[in-house]
Design a protein around this ligand. Structure first.
Ligand code: NAD
Length: 524
């Protein structure tokens, strides 16, 4: 290799008068430069650079973290668990081809690097992302959760058939004592074909009582495992949409009343989420359903608990948010996007139900809207859009092995058509499991971050530190339709999303955002 760039293995420490490393906190003062833009009547734009001085304070010590997965016995839940145990125990396994070592590839926190700057020899210096700020190690995460299936995790992992048999048999002794907690279940929210799994459900159908039990489960998990912080992630089946009804789920207090009255439009996922919020635990929604009805969003803000969603962005959608950004960003007018997925896991089986497919279809279809809207040169108004077709098929033989075939056709220079056809194949859960771990690790980190703002001559606008907005849009990288704080636009382009995470990490240690100018070489 000749690039000369180097990845350092130690921790990053910033030396600057604006940054202070103390025993409990890392303090950073950070001038945030942005632009206020006004489109004037004649179409011209007035752009005014503005600056705000942020003061960040990040608690140094990662807490002992518990991750409760809703749907722990599913393909994702078992794969996350198997990977953590295999890494903890350093379990190796054989396939026809070779011996394999456990790893956390596919995870930003564990397997990606960030550029810091040039060294004296002009080499780019990179560091592992996890060395920028203290983060929880995935091997230290304590796992638990709920499932409507009462299978222990070893049996559930065998059923999922994601991992190799040799690895599964070595993991069995560590996983057969792990049994999911009884689940809050309501048949009308998931496909009928899941009914046979529902053997491990709470004995009461009263939603108020279910909520209390879920809260108790969280408290027990926290105390028996001696945890300091618990994150809850929904990786259960995709539910149907709950109907949003004024007086039922539109405000926090109406929602609490609706739960007490066991209203039929309170979904199990909303119950888990409310339980999490009331216990002060952040909640991540990995599926497309509207768990975060307005009442939940209000409750999360009232209680200052982070929520993050919706629907993991793991495979085809991630690729879409790269490819569409590339094509439109280069001035190609995409006319058609026709994408097929086929696989044979339980998630796909449940999506054969039309009602459950609806939220997933909407989530998959909306993932590039903002990228299209960002180019009014190519796309003029709402009528001028892309023929975007999303097809998924259940093919049992393929199990968790997801095949994605996509065709993109664009209008290029002087009507030259530019067509790209792509085929991807990957284990669905091997794409998703590292995202679940990253989400838990980042949520724990960002919950340790506080900020205060100084604005121009007005001085310190907030005189004491407060936590970040509860809708954790900085993790939009992981979500098909990122949930954002009020008024923040949705960003789908993967590059922008990753830059947001990296630049926030940099800001927290007082480093300027990566601008890729490399001016010190171009204009020395
Ligand atoms: P899965 O069907 O294997 O697992 C889901 C689990 O949830 C099952 O074990 C089921 O018994 C359990 N469950 C259902 N309702 C429950 C409830 N009310 N309480 C507790 N447990 C419940 O699915 P999977 O492949 O692990 O995917 C999980 C979710 O993640 C799906 O909703 C899927 O749409 C979403 N997702 C997955 C990917 C990916 O794997 N690449 C990408 C995006 C979104």
């Amino acid at each position: 290799r000749t690039s000369g760039s180097t990845t350092a293995t130690g921790l990053l420490k910033v030396v600057s008068p604006d940054v202070k490393y103390e025993a409990d906190f890392i303090y950073a003062s950070y001038p945030y430069r942005t632009v206020n833009a006004v489109v004037q009547e004649d179409g011209d734009v007035r752009a005014e650079p503005v600056e705000r001085l942020y003061h960040f304070r990040t608690a140094v010590r990662p807490r002992k973290l518990g991750l409760m997965q809703v749907g722990w016995g599913g393909n994702n839940g078992t794969t996350v668990t198997a990977a953590v145990v295999a890494n903890q125990q350093n379990i190796t396994w054989e396939t026809r081809a070779q011996q394999h070592l456990p790893n956390y590839n596919g995870s930003l926190t564990q397997a990606s690097t960030m550029r810091v700057g040039f060294d004296a020899q002009g080499r780019d210096i990179f560091v592992p992302m996890k060395s920028v700020l203290p983060m929880v190690e995935p091997n230290d995460i304590v796992l638990g959760g709920w499932d409507i299936s009462g299978c222990n995790l070893a049996d559930a992992m065998d059923k999922a058939k994601v991992l190799e048999p040799d690895l599964r048999s070595k993991l069995r002794p560590f996983m057969e004592d792990m049994v999911p907690l009884r689940a809050a279940f309501d048949q009308q929210f998931i496909a009928k074909n899941q009914q046979p799994r529902a053997t491990n459900i709470l004995s009461t159908s009263d939603k108020g009582e279910q909520l209390e039990q879920l809260r108790k489960d969280i408290r027990n998990f926290k105390s028996t495992k001696e945890l300091e912080y618990v994150v809850i992630i929904w990786t259960g089946n995709s539910e149907r949409y709950a109907t949003e009804i004024t007086g039922v789920n539109d405000t926090a207090s109406n929602l609490m009343t609706a739960i007490k009255e066991s209203h039929q439009e309170v979904s199990p996922s909303t119950l888990y989420c409310v339980a999490a919020i009331l216990e002060g635990c952040p909640y991540v929604n990995g599926s497309p359903q509207n768990t975060f009805v307005p009442g939940v969003v209000e409750l999360a803000r009232e209680r200052n608990v982070m929520i993050c969603g919706d629907d993991f962005k793991s495979g085809q959608t991630k690729m879409k948010s790269v490819l569409v950004d590339y094509l439109i960003g280069c001035g190609f007018k995409i006319k058609t996007m026709v994408t097929y997925n086929h696989l044979g896991n339980n998630d796909m089986y449940q999506l054969t139900d039309e009602v459950m497919w609806k939220p997933k279809s909407a989530s998959k279809s909306r993932v590039v809207e903002d990228i299209v809207d960002s180019n009014g040169v190519l796309y003029k108004g709402n009528e001028d859009s892309i023929d975007h077709i999303v097809v998924v098929k259940y093919v049992p033989f393929l199990g968790d092995s997801k095949r994605d075939v996509s065709e993109y056709t664009s209008e290029g220079f002087m009507d030259g058509h530019y067509t790209t056809i792509m085929h991807n194949e990957c284990l669905d859960s091997a794409l998703c499991a590292p995202l679940i771990l990253d989400l838990a690790i980042f949520v724990e980190l960002f919950s340790r971050v506080q900020y205060a703002v100084e604005e121009g001559d007005a001085g310190l606008r907030k005189d004491k530190y407060s936590g970040m907005e509860t809708a954790l849009s900085v993790l939009g990288f992981y979500m098909k339709i990122p949930r954002v704080p009020p008024g923040e636009p949705i960003v789908s382009a993967l590059g922008r999303q990753k830059a947001c995470i990296e630049n926030l990490l940099r800001a927290l240690v007082g480093l300027p955002p990566e601008n890729n100018l490399l001016l010190e070489r171009k204009c020395p």
